[in-house]
Write a protein that binds this ligand. Structure first.
Ligand code: DGL
Length: 268
C-alpha cells in the first residue's frame, strides 16, 4: 500500500484496517465483511505481544500506537480496533493523534444485555485490563439501575484461543473454572473480549440454555459503516473486496490458526 493524501478521491478504495492483539479480531471481521462486502480489509494481529489484557495501560497504548501508526502509514483509510482491551487503553489517544482517520473501537454489549430482562444479573467476561479501565466502569455505572453487572476476569482464556484451542476438554474445563462460581442466578453473559467469541459454543455449553450471550461485533460493524459513510469513504468499487491477514507472530503455524478461526467465524 502507498500513502496518499487524505483528500485523494481514490482513498475510497483503500483498505479498512482491523487490528487486535491476536486472533480475537477475527470474530469481528466477518460482521464487517457481511455488512460491507465490497470493502478491502487488512487484518493485523499483534500475536507476538499478546495477551494485551495482562499488560499495563501504558504498554497497551504504546503497542496499539505502533500498530495503528503502521497501518495508517501503509494506507488504511480507517482503523477498526477489534479489541476491547486496546480500545479501553488507546482509542481516545489515537483519535486525538489521527483526527482525520475514522478510528472505531469495541463497545461491550452491556446495554442490550441490560435491556433484555427485568433488572438482569449480567456476567461481563473481559480481560483484567478492560475490567480495570474507566470505559467499562463508566458504561456499567450508567446502566446501574437497569441491571446488576458482575465482572469476570478470564485469565488464560486468550492464551488458549491464541493456540487455536476453541473446543475440547482443556478449554471446556478452563471456561467451567472461570464461569461456574458466578453462574447461579445469572441471566446473561457479555463477551467483553473479542477472543471469547471464538469459544462462544463452549461458553454456551457451560452456561446452559437459559443464559443469553451478547457480543459487540455487529454494533462495531454498524458503527464502522456509519463512520465511513459520514466521511464519504465507503468504497465505490463494484467488486467483492479482499481480505489480507497479517500478524507479528513468529510461529510458523499461526497463519493456519488464523485461517481456521476466520473460517469458523465466517460460517456463523
Ligand atoms: N481481544 C482482546 C480484547 O477484546 C484482548 C486479548 C488480549 O488480552 O490480548 O479485549
Amino acid at each position: 500500500m502507498k500513502k496518499k493524501p487524505t483528500n485523494d478521491p481514490n482513498r475510497r478504495r483503500d483498505p479498512v484496517a482491523v487490528f487486535d492483539s491476536g486472533v480475537g479480531g477475527l470474530s469481528v471481521l466477518p460482521e464487517l465483511v457481511r455488512r460491507m462486502p465490497r470493502e478491502d480489509f487488512v487484518f493485523f494481529g499483534d500475536a507476538a505481544r499478546a495477551p494485551y489484557g495482562e499488560r499495563t495501560t501504558e504498554e497497551v497504548r504504546c503497542l496499539a500506537d505502533d500498530a495503528v501508526t503502521r497501518l495508517i502509514a501503509d494506507g488504511a483509510k480507517a482503523v477498526v480496533i477489534a479489541c476491547n482491551t486496546a480500545t479501553s487503553a488507546a482509542a481516545g489517544y489515537l483519535r486525538k493523534k489521527y483526527p482525520d482517520v475514522p478510528i472505531i473501537g469495541m463497545e461491550p454489549a452491556l446495554k442490550p444485555a441490560a435491556e433484555a430482562g427485568e433488572r438482569p444479573r449480567v456476567l461481563v467476561m473481559a480481560t483484567p485490563l478492560t475490567i480495570r479501565e474507566e470505559k467499562l466502569r463508566a458504561l456499567s455505572d450508567k446502566l446501574r439501575d437497569k441491571a446488576e453487572f458482575v465482572f469476570v476476569p478470564c485469565h488464560g482464556l486468550v492464551e488458549a484461543v491464541e493456540r487455536g484451542e476453541v473446543d475440547g476438554d482443556g478449554v471446556l474445563s478452563l471456561v467451567t473454572e472461570i464461569l461456574a462460581p458466578h453462574l447461579p442466578g445469572a441471566d446473561s453473559i457479555v463477551l467483553g473480549c473479542t477472543h471469547y467469541a471464538h469459544v462462544r459454543d463452549v461458553i454456551a455449553e457451560v452456561a446452559g440454555p437459559d443464559v443469553l450471550i451478547f457480543d459487540g461485533a455487529a454494533g462495531t460493524a454498524r458503527e464502522t459503516e456509519r463512520r465511513l459513510r459520514e466521511a464519504d469513504l465507503l468504497t465505490d468499487s463494484e467488486d467483492k473486496g479482499g481480505i489480507t491477514l497479517l500478524s507479528s507472530s513468529r510461529d510458523p503455524d499461526y497463519s493456519r490458526i488464523m485461517e481456521k478461526l476466520l473460517a469458523g467465524q465466517m460460517e456463523k
